[in-house]
Design a protein around this ligand. Structure first.
Ligand SMILES: Cc1ncc(COP(=O)(O)O)c(C=O)c1O
Length: 389
């Protein structure tokens, strides 16, 4: 089944249509009734037709988990209440107090805080490294090192990491690799096939696709997902069935939306590349991008996010932001509406100049997360906002 095209898997998930409702019912129930102690026993022995409690599993959530596993070509999936719930549950399923985690310096701000502040407070040592160093782990690995956390393309600098090289280097040292595939989506990149052990997503973004839910997911081997589920039961970050239904509905058009977002992103990036007020445009689809060749090999498209650095720094970026009409001034990405944010005010708020430099973020950076509108209208809006800079 997983050999079917990505669009077919997005529409149908892991199964062919069955008699009954075409769309997945929302099973909005916290708990489930057993017919007898014998049935309860069957549940305890692992009968997947039976359910106990929605924090453990739920029919609507299970459909979403199976669809995500089919899309990412993994054995199993787990859905959670947010991308950050996926990051925390996923990482805590890989390490314990006394272990060490190596993390890319170019990660979503929340994941960076988890690595920099929360894990150390739980006794897990962490080291934040320039992304390029993660493919040459060699001397960086110590006896306590157990896991590597990466993201590609990265937020907001759109760096591209060679995931196969990172995974091979990590496995040479017995480390597990968790990769955030939110920016690429399984339409453009499937990290498990490149050797990554655990894929995480913010369902809030392109997978949900309509900026109306907060959710997260993990996909990997059955063993890794069982371990993460066991932890989720205690940490408690389960997804609500109604949000799971909306995510399943969004997924049906994932491939169409992602391709349109890629087209819009390339059109905008090409238009902005020669603009006199712009110092540089960061988009893996541009030949000028240092990660272009790796992106061509490991992705089937370059994604829906474009960043650019204004020559006038943060003040110019704020004038651009204030001059927008059609593009919405909002955090997040992957929705049908184009959203614009200034990373120093959102994902990288509160960073020192040194930390911004380490994360590769210039204060004059503008991030545009393309929607599915018509490219000429978006370009016109950006051009008008640039006149105000
Ligand atoms: C790349 C990436 N990973 C993870 C997250 C966290 O996801 P959520 O907001 O669903 O917790 C985000 C959110 O912006 C993100 O952009």
């Amino acid at each position: 089944m997983s050999k079917r095209g990505i669009g077919t898997r997005a529409v149908h998930g892991a199964k062919d249509p069955r008699p009954g409702p075409l769309t997945v019912p929302i099973v909005q129930s916290s708990t489930f009734v057993f017919g007898s102690s014998a049935e309860m026993q069957r549940y305890l022995e692992g009968d997947e037709q039976l359910y106990l409690y929605t924090r453990y599993e739920n029919p609507t959530l299970r459909e979403l988990e199976q669809t995500l596993a089919a899309l990412e070509e993994g054995e199993a999936g787990l859905v959670l209440s947010s991308g950050m719930a996926a990051a925390t549950t996923g990482l805590l399923s890989l390490v314990k107090a006394g272990d060490e985690v190596l993390a890319s310096a170019s990660l979503y701000g929340g994941t960076t805080r988890l690595v920099r502040e929360v894990l150390p407070s739980l006794g897990v040592a962490t080291r934040i490294l320039p992304p390029a160093e993660l493919a040459r782990l060699g001397a960086l690995v110590g006896p306590r090192t157990k896991a590597v956390v990466v993201e590609s393309p990265t937020n907001p600098s759109l760096d591209v990491l060679d995931l196969a090289a990172v995974a091979a280097a990590a496995h040479d040292h017995g480390l597990a690799v968790m990769a955030d595939n939110t920016f690429a989506t399984p339409v453009l990149q499937r990290p498990l096939g490149l050797g990554v052990d655990l894929v995480m997503h913010s369902l809030t973004k392109a997978l949900g696709g309509h900026s109306d839910i907060i959710g997260g997911a993990l996909v990997g081997s059955r063993e890794r997902i069982d371990k993460a589920r066991s932890l989720l039961k205690v940490l408690g970050g389960c997804l609500d069935p109604h949000s799971a239904f909306l995510a399943l509905r969004g997924l049906k058009t994932l491939h169409l939306r992602v391709h349109r977002q890629c087209e819009n992103a390339l059109a905008l990036a090409c238009h902005l590349e020669c603009h006199p007020k712009i110092a540089r445009v960061l988009y893996p689809g541009l030949r000028s991008h240092p990660g272009h060749d790796v992106a061509r090999l490991q992705m089937s498209g370059f994604g829906g996010v474009v960043a650019f650095v204004l020559k006038g720094g943060l003040a110019a970026a704020e004038r651009f932001y204030d001059g927008l009409g059609l593009m919405a001034r909002a955090a997040s990405l992957g929705g049908v509406e184009t959203l614009v944010s200034l990373p120093v005010h959102t994902s990288h708020h509160g960073y020192t100049d040194e930390q911004l430099k380490a994360a590769g973020v210039d204060p004059g950076t503008v991030r545009v997360a393309l929607g599915v509108e018509d490219a000429p209208d978006l370009i016109e809006d950006a051009s008008r906002a640039l006149e105000a800079v």
